[in-house]
Design a protein around this ligand. Structure first.
Ligand code: MRU
Length: 363
């Protein structure tokens, strides 16, 4: 998608020097655009754990490039296994990370020790990045008719879509998941307006989704996290579109904390609630959302807020200095509250039958 008017991706290797993996440091967006170069598995591990890169599909692809950087350091099996184990420790909820590492390790270790392992590691990471772009594009194509149909009913009035967190191209490689149908609808000339949940505590909505939409010229308004229910009661939301970090076999959806409350409000108001996700974010090995490990992060992310003071990013305390805080990063929306899952293979019901209908290989 466009960044300052030019097509951009969230991760790439430096042209002419693939040993340098470049990422956008998302911790400083939208105030600064900082490109960081990862040159070893340690820097890739830190980039994922400390959220320089974030979002389920991007975490998976960044880990794959991390395995490539590990292979550049050593192609010994024990070193590569230790690197994968370290990368697995970075974030527990997004299943893309585990899928990517399992696949990378398997592909790399098929080769004998030596340069063949490095080549396969790079090919695997590049292929995952390309597949992610393709999947996100397909999610957009399958989701577009939902917006088109609402648009037809609304005539010249904009379709109002509410989204939570950042399930945009910054969370993926390109297009995004929840944003992909939005981008394609905008391209098709459908009038749109997006309600952007700020998404405390890290404000991925206010900082990243708002930035992305602004870069594409899509009308949007940032709202405080608690506003969605009121907007739905007023008939000001036509569709809720969110992403997912891990969806279980029965269609339960783990996504950024606060998603569940939006799903409850949507169900109460008859507002369609769709989850857009690639198959890499589905965990067919889990039967229920209660089995998904929910990340708990540093309570200081809740106690402090971060913003731009006109020249630099500042952190300010939001609570009494001695008040403890708790920081659950994700919640689980039960399948019964989900209108449908938008995947690269089409839209299905959030149920085991629906998922297996599109992905029969998991039967
Ligand atoms: O903690 P993050 O920022 O890595 O959270 C992940 C997300 O961006 C969202 O939960 C998103 O909706 C799913 S990833 C497309």
């Amino acid at each position: 998608m466009l960044l300052h008017g030019k097509p951009h991706r969230s991760i790439w290797t430096e042209p002419g020097d693939p040993a340098r993996v470049c990422i956008i440091d998302q911790r400083v967006l939208p105030f600064e655009l900082a490109v960081e170069t990862l040159t070893n598995v340690e820097s890739a591990t830190r980039a994922i754990a400390d959220m320089h890169v974030r979002g389920a599909p991007l975490i998976g692809v960044a880990a794959a490039y991390g395995m490539y950087l590990a292979a550049l350091e050593s192609t010994r099996e024990d070193f590569l296994r230790a690197a994968a184990a370290r990368l697995k420790q970075t974030r527990p909820t997004a299943v893309d990370l585990f899928h990517a590492l399992t696949l990378c390790l398997k592909s790399i270790l098929k080769m004998p020790e030596g340069p063949g392992r490095v080549r396969v590691a790079l090919e695997t990471a590049d292929r995952m990045a390309e597949e992610s772009v393709q999947h996100c594009r397909q999610i957009g194509e399958h989701g577009l008719p939902l917006i088109e149909n609402i648009g037809k009913q609304k005539g010249s009035l904009p379709v109002n879509i509410l989204t939570h967190c950042n399930a945009g191209w910054l969370a993926c490689i390109d297009y995004g998941t929840a944003t992909s149908p939005i981008y394609l609808a905008h391209e098709a000339g459908i009038p749109l307006h997006v309600w952007v949940d700020e998404t405390r505590p890290r404000n991925q909505g206010a900082r990243l989704t708002a930035f992305e939409l602004g870069q594409q010229g899509i009308p949007h308004s940032v709202i405080a996290d608690n506003t969605g229910g009121h907007l739905m009661q007023q008939g000001l939301v036509d569709l809720v579109l969110v992403g997912s970090d891990r969806t279980t076999r029965n269609g339960d959806v783990a996504n950024k904390i606060g998603t569940y409350l939006k799903a409850l409000a949507a169900a109460d108001n008859g507002t369609p609630f769709y989850v857009a996700l690639p198959s890499t974010s589905i965990d067919p090995s889990l039967r229920h959302g209660r089995d998904i490990p929910i990340e708990q992060r540093d309570p200081d992310e809740v106690r402090y807020a971060e913003g731009w003071d006109g020249s630099k990013i500042q952190k300010v305390l939001m609570t009494p200095a001695d008040s403890p805080a708790v920081n659950y990063a994700f919640d689980v929306t039960p399948a019964r509250l989900v209108t449908g899952l938008i995947t690269e293979r089409g839209i299905c019901q959030a149920s085991e039958a629906g998922i297996l209908g599109l992905f029969p290989e998991w039967r």
